[in-house]
Design a protein around this ligand. Sequence first.
Ligand code: ADP
Ligand code: MG
Length: 364
Amino acid sequence: MKINKLKLLNFRNYKKLETTFQDGTTLIIGNNGRGKTNIVEALYFLSILKSFREEDSKTLIKNGEDFSTIEIEVENKITRVNLKIILNKKGKQMFINGNRVKKNSDFVGKINVISFVPKDAFLFKELPKIRRDFIDDEISKLSPSYNMAIGDYIKILKERNELLHQNPIDEVLFEILTRKMTILSVEILKRRYSFIKELNSMILPIFQKIAKEDMKLELLYSSFVSEKEISEEIIYEKIISRKNEDFQKQTTLIGLHKDDFIGLINGKDISKYASQGQQRLSVIALKLALIDYVQAQLNERPIIILDDVLSELDNVRQINLLDYLNGNNQLFITTASLDENISKKIRSKHQILEIIEENIKREE
Ligand SMILES: Nc1ncnc2c1ncn2[C@@H]1O[C@H](COP(=O)(O)OP(=O)(O)O)[C@@H](O)[C@H]1O
Ligand SMILES: [Mg+2]
């Protein structure tokens, strides 16, 4: 798939921006603070309704304005679609081809954008929530039913935790919520296990190719239930076995909201043993595997963003990464400056947008 047009109104530092994009690579160049990341952030936002900067969506609205819009035309093998979001202080409105869409799950995934951002380098060292969000966001972009299931799970978990703060606790409601949690857990856990298993089956050759090193990289989903144990009976038993503690601590102590996944290099936990360079390459390999996975699932090529990540790699690895991506996907690269060899490599065949004080200069 590819994005043909972008229009921003009152988005971050942009009062108004309208631009077209071509296939292949678009290089967005400009000094720091000019608004390079803001452009790719807008594209990413439309794919999952969240920023990769993990901020409150209100911060996307240009300072001093009441609302913000992001609008794109996206083209896939079958059709062209216009996607639009209006953000205001109260929330957001979503439109597909001008028609209002009420549910997030009907909007998410209409474009699939995969981002590489500098803070990804710490993915394996981050809190488990960040890794769970990675899994949930990526599966959600592919599956509206998963997106709904995870949304429902979060809602029920919240209700259950609120209930645990009451005195006395309504045990009938407690039982109902536990059953609902169980049913959703079966669906969610199956998808999460299979997602990590699929990525794991693809990641090793990719890692070895970009790292040019003969190390073994593996991913493992880590949960309160093993994959074989996934069933309503077992999950219910495990959750309810902690009932007394849940009552005491007034929170739900066990469940997929505590799960995680880990990466291993040569059998050793990346978060504890890998160098920063190895961590960064592991995450790049993870995302490259994700690109292949998404492509296989959708039969469409996802859109890729490299936000300021080239400068963090040495030249050989920059070239390896660019070679790996190889122009098959629509690719957006933001950078303040580029090594000459790499710049030649990209400039020879792609579009360059230079940002000068909120205006875009085009070199083709
Ligand atoms: N809500 C906002 N309203 C106005 N300006 C904003 C807002 N959010 C961020 N900015 C501005 O956007 C600029 C940073 O844009 P960014 O895309 O991160 O730059 P870079 O080119 O370094 O990637 C800063 O000047 C910042 O002040
Ligand atoms: Mg930036």
